[in-house]
Write a protein that binds this ligand. Structure first.
Ligand SMILES: [Ca+2]
Ligand SMILES: [Ca+2]
Length: 67
């Protein structure tokens, strides 16, 4: 991976906080846990944007792609 910008580094930190079991992937369940304050519809929309390859996990690359 190329050099990360400051914003990406912050995002990486946020990603690692959401990755509860520290396996390097944020599963849909972990994602829902992290964004439990969002409504179910909003969560679903956000997931569709972030999880671009439509598996049930969000990789760091997918997460950083948002920034
Ligand atoms: Ca995980
Ligand atoms: Ca994915």
């Amino acid at each position: 991976m190329s050099e990360l910008t400051a914003a990406q580094l912050r995002a990486k930190k946020a990603f690692e906080e959401k990755d509860l079991n520290k396996d390097g992937l944020v599963t849909v369940d972990e994602f829902k846990e992290a964004f439990s304050y969002l409504s179910p519809e909003r969560l679903k929309q956000l997931l569709e944007v972030v999880n671009r390859n439509d598996d049930n996990e969000i990789s760091l690359d997918e997460f950083l792609g948002r920034f």
